[in-house]
Each structure stands twice: as C-alpha cells, then as structure tokens.
Design a binder for this molecule. Sequence first.
Ligand SMILES: [Zn+2]
Length: 453
Amino acid sequence: MSMDTHIKHSFALASRYKAHYPQRCGEALDEALYSTRAYDAWRTLDPGRASPVFSRLAALPALTKRELRARGPQGFVPHGRDIAEGLAAHEIELVATSGATGDQVTNVWYQPWWNASEAASWQLNAHARAVASGAHCEAILTSPWCAGFPCEDGYLTMEQRTLGRFLYLSERSDPSSWTSELMNRMVEELNAFKPVVLEANPSFLARLSRHIVRRRLHVTSPGLIVLTYENPSVLHRRQISRAFDAPIASSYGATEAGYVFMECEAGRLHQVTTTCHVDFLPFAPEHGGPDVGRILVTIFGNPWRSLVRFDIGDVVRLDGHAPCSCGRREGLTLMSVEGRTVNLTLTPESRAVTQGAVDHALGSVTRLVEYQILQTDSSAYHLRFVAEGSASRAVANEASDALQTVYGSAAIITAEPVEAIAPDPPGKYCLSKKLEPIDPDVLLDDQFAPREP
Ligand SMILES: [Zn+2]
C-alpha cells in the first residue's frame, strides 16, 4: 500500500466560495474539536491549523446518526452551554426526528438558527426571493407526524390546524386512504387561505393534484410550491404541475442540519453556503462516480449545535461541468438529489443504481401514476404500480422495459398492479429499495472515503 492511499482528497477544493468561507469552515471545525465534547476523539486526527481547512475536514471521519444517538444532544452543544438552562429559558426545544426504523435522533432545536438557514435558502431561488418574506402565509401538506397536528381518527377544524401564519392541510398521514371529501376540503381551504407558499411532501401533493385534475376542481395557485420532506419523483412533479400554475422548487435539508440545498429557477440545486459546508464523497466509477456520491454536512453559526461532517444519508449527482444559467457560482451545485442510501439497489452485476436512475427511467412511462420497486434477490426486482384507468397491462410492459434498460438483460423483473401505494411510517414514500440493505461505504471511491473513527 502506498502512502497516497492514506491521503484523503477533498472535492471542496474544486468549488468556488466567497473569500471568508474557508475561515467559517475553520471556525466551525475548531469549535467542534476544541469546545464540543462529542468530538474529543477526533482531535488527534486533525492535521492541525497550519493545514488548509478542506484537507483538515477530509482527514476526519463521518458523523453518523448512531453517533448522534450515542452522545445525546448535550454532547453536541459547544462551549459548555447547558440544555436544561436553555429549555428553562425557552430559548431551545428538544425535537425528535421521526425515524421509523430505530434511527430516531433527538435534536436541540434553536428556532432563530433554523429561520436564518431557511431565509438563506430563499436567496437561491428568484421566486422564493420575490415572495417569501418570513411573514408570508404558508400552507403545508405533509405527514402530520413530521409537521402539524396528527389525528388519524376523526378530523380537526381549520382553526385547530392553524398555527400563526401556517395552515396544515392534513391531519391524516396516509394519502392512499384520503377520502374525496378530505381532498375537497384541502382545495376549499387553499382557495380561502390563499397561501403565498405551499410547502409540500411531493407524494402528498401529487395525490391531491390527481384529485384536482380528475374532478376538474378550481384551485388557487400559490406564488411558489416548495417540495421538501422527501425526494420528488418525476411523476410527482408532473402531476403537481398539471393541477397548479405555480413555479416549483425542491428544497433539501434535514432536521439535524437545516437547509442544505435549494433548487434555483433554472432547475439546479445550489448549496446554502451561508449556513453550511458540504463535503462530497464520490462513488467509485463502477457505481456512478465521480459525479454521483454521498454528502457530509458541516453547519455554521448555531450556538446550540456543533455538527461536522454529518452523514445525512443521501446520494446526489453533481453538476460541475457547466455553470448554472441562473448565474449562481458559489459552493456545490447539484443536478439532482438521487434519493437516500437506503433507496439504492444493485444490478445483477452488483453495480449501484440510485432511486433517481430508476425514477428517470420510469418517468417516461405513459399512464404510470405511482410505483415502488423492491429488489428481492441479486437479480430479481418486483415492481408494484398504479396505472391510470385500465392501462395495467400496457403500463406493466412499458415499465418492465424501462427497468430492463437500468438493470440490464440479466435482471428478472416482475410487475404487479395495485390500487394504491401507502407511505412508510411516519408518512414517507419509498420508491426503490433492496430487501437486504447495501453497505453504502463499500461504494465509495477510496481516495475520498472518510477514515474510520
Ligand atoms: Zn442555478
């Protein structure tokens, strides 16, 4: 093994940043290493302040959700601040992320930092910049277990689902069981409330949009539709744009890390450089690298949270080949968020396939409404799908052909028409998944892979 294999490279060196940006990264890193308990063991791995900050970051491990759980929220509070005192002073709250599979994390929630991160993201989209003031009316359509007021048995009044300038359109978390009456109510409330921004889980808004189009309902379009909570499918976006006459922007972030990327008016995702740094870890070429890879997020300026190289669990596709036509040049620019690492599947030859690649192929299947693909074996793939009208057989054939182009001729694809596809708890759709999960670490290009903690 040569010495070179020990030197981890950093993609950040190839990105453009404002002059003060490396210093902000350095401050975030120093605060973690020297003033935050959870990073004690990382200190000896730091090449030191004399090294460029991107090389220092690259020398460190990734911070996992497992580590967040093990250290607890207090472990990530810098400068000896005390959570109990912050709670007593009503400066912070504790918020548990709604993970369903035992990956639940408790986070310190400091609202002023969250608001600053969101406001910074609005600057990256001309429509958001024009309409979002921070005091605007906003309707939200997502699982009430993620945001809002859950009520799975009975219904809540509009007043009971209103909080300040926010209206939560649904108290029910499973769109596959929404009644026509419930969806009619959502449309009536949108027409009465006239939100400036409609923030939505894309699969939820797609379900409502199909209802609007099928019933030919009149709906007031907001100034901007922001898709968040889950990665939008090509199908979702198409269905939404048939029902609403509004620009659509995808906003990407996490409860743990705030707003990380925002889609601009030209359709690419720009890094929110005011409140975070992103390290990109490319996959090996056989798995889609160097343009496809994972990201680690480091946050800036949250007095209650020091987060460095947090593995947010998603796969992205870079767009570094040509500058975006919107004119924004700073930080990482993405072509797309490709889905979560748990949404990865493999070809029969064991090459990684992102949810985005599956979605891109199925996006062109006419009369396909919804789908979910499960890899059950090394070369077996089961597609469950909802087709428009009575087009099941044609859709099954067309979708199977599309999947064959992704997985190759050795793939055995079965297709099953279903009435509807329900989200996984707490209300997020899964478009693709392998029954036996893949270890995403083995897909990385070794030159960039984080070192072991
Ligand atoms: Zn752009």
